[in-house]
Write a protein of this length. Structure first.
Length: 263
């Protein structure tokens, strides 16, 4: 049985959801085979799930590489936390997740690390702590903070930053646009990845406080289904991610953007 009655309605049960997932993955495999054989009249579409830690730079950089190459492929991007995206990955609604990686191995998923990057403390450019070296933990705790939702790895890193005395937290938010506006009009602080706030820092609205927190560096990479067999277009996107992350590690990818005041 694939459905069960609940009151006056009929709902898909676990077996039905598993059957629907299997059908969707089978259709994906058929579409990929047609694309590889050149029998699909349309350009293939790469469905990407991206977390906040990867959507600011890594994913658009890899996409722009393929666009510059005139590679015959389209993109569809879904944003969310890793936990929000993983079921869409298992269901075949997206091809891969780009972002922070889970701490443990998961049997049905393939994990591929790309690079690690240290988060930074960020404030408005006129904040009292800007350009004052590395503030003590007590000083940092004396200011109110904007923290990431508990589904974000930045939340866990913030909690490790203050293991004993927790600062005041008037705002919990995952939107960099909202966070940036709040920082420019208050004395609040936040924790972010450098690429998330690069534009605001270069524009003079925000500033980094102290050195990067090298003791709490998340690993950024790709999560894919173990059974996934990428097409030519998908393999090129994976290669573009590798190229972009290699540039990030060497800081080479950012250099052309520094002159344009993006990073």
């Amino acid at each position: 049985r694939l459905v069960e009655r609940r009151g006056r309605g009929v709902h898909i049960n676990f077996g039905g959801r598993r059957f629907a997932r299997s059908c969707r993955l089978a259709v994906n495999e058929l579409e990929a085979a047609l694309s590889e054989l050149g029998l699909d009249p349309h350009n293939p579409t790469i469905a990407i799930g991206t977390t906040p830690l990867a959507r600011a730079f890594l994913v658009p950089e890899a996409m722009s590489m393929m666009v510059a190459e005139r590679f015959p492929a389209g993109f569809r991007v879904l944003e969310g936390s890793w936990g929000e995206l993983v079921e869409s990955l298992r269901d075949g609604l997206i091809d891969l997740i780009v972002g922070e990686l889970p701490d443990e191995d998961i049997p049905d998923l393939a994990i591929n690390p790309l690079y690690v990057e240290a988060p930074v403390i960020v404030a408005g450019s006129k904040h009292a702590l800007v350009r004052q070296g590395n503030p003590s933990q007590e000083t940092l705790a004396s200011y109110p903070w904007i923290i990431a939702p508990d589904t974000s790895p930045l939340r866990a890193q913030w909690e490790r930053l203050f293991p004993k005395r927790r600062p005041e937290v008037p705002v919990e938010c995952g939107s960099i646009m909202i966070i940036g506006r709040l920082l420019t009009s208050s004395d609040m602080l936040t924790l972010a990845m450098p690429d998330q706030v690069a534009l605001q820092i270069r524009s003079g609205l925000l500033a980094q406080v102290g050195d990067p927190l090298v003791d709490s560096m998340p690993t950024i990479g790709t999560t894919m289904r173990q059974s996934w067999r990428p097409t030519r277009a998908q393999r090129r996107f994976l290669g573009a991610l590798q190229d972009s992350s290699a540039g990030l590690k060497a800081n080479a990818t950012r250099k052309p953007l520094i002159g344009s005041r993006w990073v």
